[in-house]
Design a protein around this ligand. Structure first.
Ligand SMILES: Cc1ncc(C[n+]2csc(CCOP(=O)(O)OP(=O)(O)O)c2C)c(N)n1
Length: 365
C-alpha cells in the first residue's frame, strides 16, 4: 500500500508523524500506542548508549567509535525484523544491533578492538558489521537467495549508507536481487554524508529510492526520522519479501547530527548552523510530542527512564572494560583455514616480542 502510493520518481515521500508530533491517522501502520511507547523507551536508551560510546572513546578506552546520533528512528528499523530474518549491518548500526538484542557490552568491546564483540548471540541471524563500504548487500542477497532456495519464508535486511549506494557491489547486489527475486530488503540510511562528501555529490539522481525501478522492483523514500514511516515501510517490505514478491528498497532520509566517527572533524566540511537547522527534526523529540499528546508521557516517566537507562548503559560499559584482553593470536586466526607460512612466522615473531616484553606466555598453537 505504501510502496504503490508514494512514487520516488515523482518526488513523493512517506511521512506519517510530522516534526511537531502530529500523526496522519489515515496512513498509520500496525503500530499500537503501547508499542510506540516501548520503542520510544528503547530509542531513548539507544541514544544514551551512543553517548556512552563517544565518552568511552574520548576517555581513551576505545580506538574509534561511529555514532548514530540523529538516526535513532532509522536504526529502530531492526525492531521489525523477525528472529528468522537475517540482519546484515554496517559500522553505523550499533543502535539497530542493540535493538536486535546484541549485548551493548559486546558492541563496546568490538569498538575497543576486540573481535569477540562481534560474536553474535547463539542462533541469532545477525552478521558481524561490515567495514568495507558497500560489501554487505551482496552478503544479504546471498543469504536471502539461500532462504528462497530452501523454501524459508524469511527475509534478509541489508543496511548501507548513501555513500555505499555508489559502490559497484551495491549495484550488483540489487541487480542480482531483482533478477532472482530474492527476499531482500535494502535499507539505505541516507544521513546525507559519506564522511565529508555531501549527498548532492554522491549521485545526480534526485533520490536513491528511485534506483529500484532500474532493477525492476519497488522503492520507497521515507522520512527516516519518523518511526511510523519506518514501521510502515519495514512491515510492508518484509511481508512482501517473505511472501515471495521479491526485493524492496527503502531510502530512509535522515541526518547525521554527530561526526562520521570519533576520528572525524565535521567542522571542516559543514557549518554548525546546518546542524542546528536539523535539530528540530530529531526523531525522539517528535515521538515524545506524540506520546505527550496521547497522555502516555510525563516528566517523571522521562526522569525514571533517564535513571534506569543510564544505569543500563553504565553497566554495559563496566562489563566491556572488565573483559580480559583477547589473545594476540586473534590477529592471525580467522582469515585462512590453513595458515600460510609467512603468517605463521609473523605470529611467532609477535610471540617472541611479547615474551621479551614480559607480556604473554610463550604459546605455540
Ligand atoms: C570500500 C571502502 N572504501 C572506503 C572506505 C572508507 N570509508 C569508511 S566509511 C565511508 C563513508 C561511507 O558513507 P555512507 O555509505 O554514506 O555511510 P555512513 O558512514 O554515512 O553511515 C568511507 C568512504 C571503506 N571503509 N571501504
Amino acid at each position: 500500500m505504501y510502496f504503490d502510493r508514494f512514487d520516488p520518481m515523482k518526488g513523493e515521500s512517506l511521512q506519517i508523524l510530522d516534526p511537531m508530533g502530529r500523526l496522519r491517522e489515515d496512513l498509520r501502520p500496525d503500530l499500537p500506542d503501547e508499542r510506540v511507547k516501548q520503542l520510544y523507551e528503547r530509542m531513548f536508551v539507544m541514544r544514551l548508549a551512543d553517548r556512552m560510546g563517544m565518552n568511552l572513546q574520548r576517555e581513551g578506552g576505545m580506538g574509534t567509535y561511529a555514532p548514530f546520533y540523529g538516526q535513532e528512528a532509522a536504526q529502530a528499523s531492526s525492531a521489525f525484523l523477525d528472529p528468522s530474518d537475517w540482519m546484515v549491518p554496517t559500522y553505523r548500526e550499533s543502535g539497530a544491533l542493540f535493538l536486535r538484542g546484541v549485548p551493548l557490552a559486546n558492541l563496546y568491546r568490538y569498538w575497543m578492538g576486540d573481535e569477540r564483540g562481534m560474536f553474535m548471540p547463539e542462533g541469532s541471524r545477525t552478521l558481524p558489521i561490515a567495514i568495507v563500504v558497500g560489501s554487505q548487500p551482496l552478503h544479504a542477497v546471498g543469504l536471502s537467495w539461500a532462504m528462497k532456495l530452501k523454501g524459508e519464508k524469511s527475509a534478509a535486511a541489508a543496511y548501507f549508507g548513501d555513500g555505499a549506494s555508489s559502490q559497484g557491489d551495491v549495484h550488483e547486489a540489487m541487480n542480482f536481487a531483482g533478477v532472482f527475486q530474492t527476499p531482500t530488503v535494502f535499507i539505505c540510511q541516507n544521513n546525507q554524508f559519506a564522511i565529508s562528501l555531501p549527498r548532492k555529490q554522491q549521485t545526480a539522481a534526485a533520490t536513491i529510492a528511485q534506483r529500484a525501478a532500474g532493477y525492476g522492483f519497488p522503492g520507497l523514500l521515507i522520512d527516516g526520522n519518523d518511526i511510523f514511516a519506518v514501521a510502515a515501510a519495514m512491515q510492508e517490505a518484509l511481508a512482501d519479501a517473505r511472501a515471495g514478491k521479491g526485493p524492496r528498497l527503502i531510502e530512509m532520509l535522515t541526518y547525521r547530527l554527530g561526526p562520521h566517527t570519533t576520528a572525524d572533524d565535521p567542522t571542516k566540511y559543514r557549518a554548525d548552523a546546518e546542524i542546528e537547522k536539523y535539530k528540530p527534526f530529531d526523531p525522539l523529540l517528535r515521538l515524545r510530542a506524540y506520546l505527550e499528546s496521547k497522555k502516555l508521557w510525563s516528566e517523571t516517566h522521562e526522569a525514571d527512564l533517564l535513571k534506569s537507562g543510564q544505569a543500563e548503559v553504565e553497566e554495559a560499559a563496566k562489563k566491556a572494560k572488565a573483559m580480559a584482553p583477547a589473545s594476540p593470536d586473534d590477529i592471525f586466526a580467522y582469515t585462512y583455514r590453513a595458515m600460510p607460512p609467512y603468517l605463521a612466522r609473523q605470529r611467532e615473531e609477535l610471540h617472541d616480542f611479547l615474551q621479551s616484553q614480559g607480556k604473554v606466555e610463550a604459546h605455540h598453537g
